[in-house]
Structure formats: structure tokens, C-alpha cells
Design a protein around this ligand. Structure first.
Ligand SMILES: CC(C)(COP(=O)(O)OP(=O)(O)OC[C@H]1O[C@@H](n2cnc3c(N)ncnc32)[C@H](O)[C@@H]1OP(=O)(O)O)[C@@H](O)C(=O)NCCC(=O)NCCS
Length: 209
């Protein structure tokens, strides 16, 4: 099948028809190249605060990042792609608590919790590590569709607490902050993390579903 670019897709279909043609399914190993392509469309050297970005520069080392995504597809129960005509255009990668703490054992201890945050919400949760919509297709409802699927799957398993982080320094991700608001997240804390000789400030968001 001929693969259409994001701009060709939006030219071919109006926004509403495009959104209706988008379906969400679990990621499969064959999606790894497309997942990498989506990540690198919004995760590269130049960071656009208004349109949103992923912190890593995926173009700097394609094989390293494809190798990073592939085992996650096998490992994670909540790794989804949004696709049209079976071509992925967005993905959401979330960890169950046990998987997240296996990769990031100090995460809960590193957070400066908001005084109003109740620790009972950390008993059982999923953490949305990455959400990315192909550059040119953001702001059309695709990210929200990915969340709908995640929430439907986790509530069926009895999980009702969701966490996600948004970077605010050295470069703030305003698109992500707006998206957190739209998704009714509440601020739960702040975390500092070392990254490539720099220190990133992340806002830790929580929502009860
Ligand atoms: C953040 C992101 C996942 C949201 O997905 P999306 O499909 O664009 O979101 P939706 O269309 O479902 O919802 C749009 C909402 O997101 C926010 N948003 C998304 N793109 C935005 C932009 N360019 N400017 C401002 N707000 C934006 C707004 O709150 C917007 O709400 P509105 O439509 O009522 O104004 C997507 O924009 C993206 O992939 N951005 C680049 C990568 C990124 O920043 N990922 C998040 C870091 S983990």
C-alpha cells in the first residue's frame, strides 16, 4: 500500500473524516519502524514548545531508538498505536506500576509531592511515558483517542490512577501542558532528572479515572 505523508493525509481527508478513520490497537513488532518515524517527527534537535516535543533526539541514533521500542512492544500491555488504513500515525506507551518501577526503581522517592496529593493513589497505577502524534496531525483529537483506549483497558483491570510527566525546564512543553489540562490531570508533584549533563524539571501529573 502506498504510504501517505501527514500533509498528504490531511489534504486527502478533511479533519473530521481523518479522525473517524483513526483506530487504536495494541502495538505489534511490525510497527516499530513507524513508531520510530512518529517519535522522530516530534523528537529531534530543535524543540518547539508550542507544538510539543519528545525530549530525545531520535534522529541522532535510529538503530538505538528502534532497539529501545521493540522490547517495549513485547513487554508492555499498554503500548498502543493509532492508525489509519493500518498505517500508524501516533502512539502511546504506558507502564503498569511494577514495570515502571523495575525500570525506574527510585521514581516514587524522587518526587517532591504536592501537599494536597494523597499517597493512596500510588498503590496501583499506570504511567504514560510517551505520547506522540505525527508532526502535522496534532491537535485533531488523535491523542485523546489513544487515551480513551488506555482508560477503557485499565479500568477493566481495576486500575484507576494514571500518572504522566511534562517537562517545564530547560524548555517547557506547552502543548503537553495544555493536553494535561484537557485530559483533567492534576499536579501531583515535581521531579528533577539528570539527562545528558543537564537537569530537567518535570511536572508530575495524576488523574483518577
Ligand atoms: C501532546 C499530544 C500528544 C496531544 O495529542 P493531540 O492529538 O495533539 O491532542 P488532541 O487533539 O486529542 O487534543 C488537543 C489538545 O492538546 C493540546 N495541544 C495539542 N497540540 C497543541 C498545540 N500545538 N498547541 C497547543 N495545545 C495543543 C491542547 O490542549 C488541545 O486542546 P484543544 O484542541 O481543546 O485546544 C500531541 O500534540 C503531540 O504528540 N505533540 C508532540 C509530542 C509531545 O509533546 N508529546 C507529549 C510529551 S510526552
Amino acid at each position: 500500500m502506498k504510504q501517505l505523508s501527514a500533509s498528504a493525509l490531511t489534504r486527502t481527508l478533511d479533519r473530521q473524516s481523518l479522525l473517524e478513520s483513526i483506530h487504536v490497537r495494541k502495538a505489534i513488532p511490525e510497527d516499530v519502524y513507524e513508531i520510530y518515524r512518529i517519535a522522530s517527527s516530534v523528537g529531534h534537535k530543535s524543540k518547539d514548545s508550542d507544538k510539543g516535543f519528545l525530549v530525545d533526539d531520535y534522529k541522532s541514533n535510529p538503530s538505538k531508538y528502534k532497539e529501545m521500542f521493540l522490547p517495549r512492544i513485547f513487554e508492555l500491555e499498554h503500548f498502543y498505536v493509532a492508525h489509519t488504513a493500518n498505517r500508524p500515525v501516533a502512539f502511546l506507551m504506558a507502564y503498569d506500576k511494577a514495570d515502571w518501577l523495575r525500570h525506574n526503581p527510585d521514581w516514587l522517592d524522587e518526587i517532591y509531592w504536592h501537599p494536597a496529593f494523597d499517597a493512596k493513589h500510588t498503590k496501583k497505577f499506570v504511567l504514560v511515558d510517551k505520547t506522540a502524534v505525527c508532526s502535522g496531525l496534532t491537535g485533531m483529537g488523535i491523542g485523546s483517542k489513544l487515551y480513551e483506549r488506555l482508560i477503557s483497558d485499565i479500568t477493566a483491570k481495576g486500575i484507576t490512577d494514571v500518572f504522566a510527566e511534562t517537562i517545564i525546564s530547560p524548555i517547557p512543553n506547552f502543548a503537553s501542558l495544555n493536553f494535561r489540562k484537557k485530559q483533567h490531570y492534576e499536579l501531583a508533584g515535581v521531579r528533577y532528572e539528570e539527562y545528558n549533563d543537564d537537569i530537567l524539571t518535570d511536572l508530575v501529573y495524576h488523574k483518577k479515572v
